[in-house]
Structure formats: structure tokens, C-alpha cells
Design a binder for this molecule. Structure first.
Ligand SMILES: [Zn+2]
Length: 264
């Protein structure tokens, strides 16, 4: 146990310091990553650590790639590619709670919810980053009208493929701990990550706050644009991108619980 604690803390320290050095996260984001990773690595060991790293590492690299390729697009997003602590908590906070629940009250369900949640946020990140890496035709998920690339609620073919792969990667890296489960469950986990990313796009296209710049008129997720405050154009002011990600992870987790309930 003592060795696990020391190894967990060392690994958590390494992940946060490397992410900070590579500018994947802000300083407060790095502190949050350290605390969260410590809990998951120490209490969850490899079984819980590998899947969250399979989400965190490629997602961070993809976000960084995009910001280097298109500074113009990132101007539309609420946040730039550097993750802050809110974003870390929205994507991984629930993982910290689940690993503790499983440690003190072991049940198979915690791990499956964990993978569903991670699959969803990973699918969403891959979809967004791959979908905006190059210039692509983008359509609104609800109206199927052409829309500007980089706007929440916009989907493209390449982004959809990216989202699918983002969900698969989490399941793939957790496969050593899933081999006692039937193939149907693996299929459900992959599909739920994929569906979760669509839920994310729907929420992003409807209730997420979007702002109109009072100077240039551009619609974006930023409440400041061209150096001046932008006015709310659609959605709710409090519904930001972090909350949309978190909600879609929760919704796909609820789907999982329902499916497991029907199946058993
Ligand atoms: Zn502007």
C-alpha cells in the first residue's frame, strides 16, 4: 500500500509538471491535475489510471496541435487550448469521486460509469479538435445548415470520425480490465462515448451561451471579443463549455445505468 501511495504521488506529480511545462494546462489547472491524479492513481491503481491517461494525453496533444495550426479558429472558442482547473474538474472530477466510491464501497458499476464518462469527454475532445484541425464543411447538428467551423453544435464528417476514435481509445486502453465482460458491454461503452459527443454538440448548439461581438458582429463563445464585452446572443449565460461537457458525460452515464438495468 505504501509503495502504491508513493508511486501514485510521483506519477501524479510527473503528469502535472509535464503538462504545465508543455503548456497543456494553466498553473491552477496543474495543481488540480496533481490532486485529482493523486486520488485516482493511489486509490484506483493501473485499472483506473490507464483510461484517464488515455483520455488526457492524446486530448492535450490534439488541443495543442490545433492551437498551433489555427489561431483564427481558437478565437471562437470560449477557452484557448490551455486547460484551467474548471476544465480539469469538468472532465475528470467525477472520476475522483467514482474511484473513492469504488474503494470504500466496491461495485462493478463505478468503473463502467467512469469509462462511459471518460469515453464521452474524450469523444467530444477528439471530435472538436480533429474537426477543426483543417478547414472542413461544418453543419449545425440540429438544422443541418452550413455553419461556421469551431462553433459549438457544428459537426463535420472528419470530426464525427474523430469523436468515434476518441471514445474507442478509452475503451481500448481499459480492455485489460474488461476481458471478463461480454462483447455487448464493450460495444455499449463505445457507442455511448460516441452518442455522448452528439449530446455534447446538441447542448452546445442550443443552451450553451453564445455571444455577439458589438464591434465586429461575430458570434462566438467568448463574452469578450475585439477587446470589448460581447452581448449574449443565444443560450444561457451560466451554461459554459465546461458545464456542457460535464452534462453530456452525466447523460451518457445515465444511459449506461438504464441499459445495465434493462439488461440484468
Ligand atoms: Zn469582434
Amino acid at each position: 500500500m505504501l509503495l502504491n501511495v508513493i508511486l501514485g504521488l510521483v506519477l501524479a506529480y510527473l503528469v502535472s509538471i509535464i503538462s504545465l511545462k508543455l503548456k497543456y494546462i494553466t498553473f491552477d489547472g496543474a495543481v488540480t491535475v496533481f490532486l485529482l491524479a493523486s486520488v485516482i492513481f493511489v486509490f484506483g491503481e493501473l485499472k483506473w489510471s490507464v483510461p484517464i491517461l488515455a483520455f488526457f494525453v492524446p486530448s492535450s496533444i490534439l488541443s495543442k496541435l490545433k492551437s498551433e495550426k489555427s489561431a483564427e479558429l481558437s478565437n471562437k472558442f470560449e477557452k484557448n487550448s490551455v486547460r484551467d482547473s474548471f476544465q480539469v474538474l469538468a472532465n475528470g472530477g467525477i472520476g475522483g469521486i467514482l474511484v473513492l466510491l469504488n474503494y470504500f464501497s466496491p461495485d462493478k458499476i463505478w468503473y463502467l460509469v467512469y469509462l462511459t464518462f471518460l469515453g464521452t469527454v474524450s469523444a467530444d475532445t477528439w471530435g472538436t479538435e480533429i474537426g477543426t484541425l483543417t478547414k472542413r464543411k461544418t453543419y449545425n447538428i440540429l438544422t443541418f445548415r452550413k455553419c461556421e467551423q469551431g462553433i459549438s453544435g457544428g459537426i463535420s464528417t472528419i470530426g464525427t470520425v474523430g469523436a468515434f476514435l476518441g471514445g474507442v481509445v478509452v475503451v481500448l486502453f481499459s480492455s485489460p480490465w474488461l476481458n471478463t465482460y461480454p462483447a455487448f458491454l464493450i460495444f455499449v461503452l463505445i457507442i455511448l462515448g460516441f452518442i455522448g459527443s452528439f449530446i455534447d454538440s446538441i447542448l452546445g448548439g442550443t443552451i450553451q451561451a453564445k455571444y455577439k461581438c458589438s464591434k465586429c458582429g461575430e458570434i462566438s463563445e467568448r463574452n469578450h471579443h475585439c477587446g470589448v464585452p460581447a452581448t449574449l446572443f443565444s443560450g444561457f449565460k451560466w451554461m459554459n463549455n465546461d458545464l456542457v461537457n460535464f452534462s453530456s458525460g452525466i447523460i451518457s452515464s445515465i444511459f449506461l445505468v438504464i441499459i445495465l438495468g434493462i439488461w440484468n
